[in-house]
Ligand binder design. Sequence first.
Ligand SMILES: NC(=O)c1ccc[n+]([C@@H]2O[C@H](COP(=O)([O-])OP(=O)(O)OC[C@H]3O[C@@H](n4cnc5c(N)ncnc54)[C@H](OP(=O)(O)O)[C@@H]3O)[C@@H](O)[C@H]2O)c1
Length: 280
Amino acid sequence: MARRKPGEGQTALVTGASAGIGVDLAECFAKDGYDLILTARSEGALQEVANRLSAAHGVKAHTVAQDLGAFGGGSAVAAAIAAKGLNVDVVVNNAGYGHAGALTSSDLQTQLGMIDLNVRALVELTYIYWDRMLANKRGGVINVASTAAFQPGPLMANYYASKAYVLSFSEAMWEEARGTGVHVSCLCPGPTVSKFRERAGTGKTNLGQRSKAVPSAPVARAGYNAWKQNRAVIVTGGRQRLPSRPGEIPPAQNAAEDRAQRSIAGDVSMERRRPRRLFC
Ligand SMILES: NC(=O)c1ccc[n+]([C@@H]2O[C@H](COP(=O)([O-])OP(=O)(O)OC[C@H]3O[C@@H](n4cnc5c(N)ncnc54)[C@H](OP(=O)(O)O)[C@@H]3O)[C@@H](O)[C@H]2O)c1
């Protein structure tokens, strides 16, 4: 008799699953036998991913097309899931975008939309499924932040701040779930090949030129494996170090050191730093 896969009988909801890291995160779960619910705005792309993953891994893959940046977007996704008679065991909050440039003369809706998608929808979906996870003593959450989460980012201030929120929230939820069987991990990728840079407009910046983007599949795998082990924080991106000078590290370093102990960051140093203009 074939061995049962660890995810059989469970369902993972993956946001931002029409492109980029979200597709690879969805595939990690499918390989382990999880059924999938894939959400993003692009219905056609979602359906293609769902068809491919269900055929390749023999799992059920459902789609819900929804703008998660819209007010109540998370609740609308949950309502659509309930209407299909489905349950959610794992939430992968991956959908997000960035925008490079100074706050002055930027578009307010682009700025607020980042908070609505990167933060608000992430909290909403976590909240909706959290009690069920605790009651079931299994499942959990993967939140996708960024290496941007570890320091303020002038000229991309709102994006960095949104990811700092995601990191802080995730670490706190990891602690709240400790010992319950519910796993929480915050995946903090460095530059990764996807459509992110195109939308964010970071490709031609100094940092964009200097840093080498890594493929999204290993980033997703590292995040998924860290989540299986209930590691609170996982930083990916190889040898990319953000610039820092000795003496520039404020007292919050202790918290960062504590984090580093729980991450499998290997060769990546991520101390909390004073603001530097990384994107000029
Ligand atoms: N790539 C990087 O260098 C990098 C580095 C650090 C962190 N990250 C983070 O990784 C996550 C995934 O990004 P990615 O690199 O894979 O970028 P991506 O290729 O642009 O994918 C973003 C995903 O989010 C979805 N999305 C965007 N706006 C949405 C909205 N309003 N409502 C619902 N879904 C929406 C997109 O689908 P639709 O357009 O179809 O809605 C797409 O599926 C993001 O949270 C990003 O901040 C990326």
